[in-house]
Write a protein that binds this ligand. Structure first.
Ligand code: ADP
Ligand code: ADP
Length: 225
């Protein structure tokens, strides 16, 4: 089986059941949004897929292989959070190149890949800029390029746009989707914002109280009251 398979996943914090048995698939290249109110368990599910939270029950598989016991850094998944947490002492190209450098990608290939990714996120020519001189939206674009550079099998995004102005978010949501489609990257995208989920995703999973209530393409979802 290709892609991500989440089966009956339960995540607990002590007495609190944050995720109460979720089942979903993400196909290769598919963008799936997890939409729901604050506290419904979206982040916990994402973190469990990433390997950042242990499963109390259930399983997570990639391409048919069970990821139980596989640590975060061995999963070949990319992560992007609300605050992209760029390295302030590196320039834009240095940030994008970081994962490639860690992986030992030779310099000429690294440079090509950095150029390509800056293009994908709409920051052509920004390579030598200091990250401190960029706007919040530009910084998240750099963080997106950095996350995509090592060609992750799956990109996990937790509210990556929620620190930005609403006007900016709309544009960035569209550009983010375009970047994922262009690079063919599968993604699980957590958000509490209805419009954002609809703009970004091929399918939207609606969560409430640790459960997945429905999972469908945006056009087929019934609207919650
Ligand atoms: P969402 O991402 O939808 O806002 P979360 O997954 O962050 O939801 O939280 C789901 C539930 O788990 C909430 O009740 C939250 O308070 C609880 N929770 C999340 N993280 C922790 C933690 N580290 N320790 C204890 N409870 C937590
Ligand atoms: P170094 O600069 O020492 O090679 P980095 O890995 O931090 O270390 O650099 C990132 C890569 O981006 C480098 O291979 C560099 O050649 C390349 N690069 C240089 N200038 C730019 C630019 N303006 N835009 C994009 N990439 C660039």
């Amino acid at each position: 089986r290709d892609g991500l398979e989440v089966r009956d996943v339960v995540v607990r914090y002590g007495e609190t059941t944050a995720v109460g048995g979720v089942r979903l698939d993400v196909a290769p290249g598919e963008v799936l949004a997890l939409l729901g109110p604050s506290g419904c368990g979206k982040s916990s599910l994402l973190r469990a897929v990433a390997g950042l939270e242990p499963l109390a029950a259930g399983s997570v598989r990639w391409a048919g292989a069970d990821l139980a016991g596989v640590p975060v850094h061995r999963r070949r998944f990319g992560l992007l959070f609300q605050d992209g947490q760029l390295f302030p002492h590196r320039d834009v190209a240095g940030n994008v190149a970081f994962g490639l450098q860690m992986a030992g990608t030779p310099r000429p290939e690294r440079a090509r890949r950095v150029e390509e990714l800056l293009d994908v996120v709409g920051l052509r020519g920004y390579g030598r800029r200091a990250v401190g001189t960029l706007s919040g939206g530009e910084q998240q674009r750099v963080a997106l390029a950095r996350a995509l550079a090592p060609r992750p099998q799956l990109l996990l995004l937790d509210e990556p746009l929620s620190a930005l102005d609403r006007s900016l978010r709309e544009r960035l949501a569209a550009d983010l989707r375009a970047a994922l489609v262009t690079t063919g990257t599968a993604a699980l995208f957590v958000t509490h914002d209805h419009d954002e989920a609809f703009a970004v995703a091929d399918r939207v999973g609606v969560m409430d109280a640790g459960r997945l209530l429905q999972l469908a393409p945006p056009a087929e979802l019934w609207r919650a009251p």
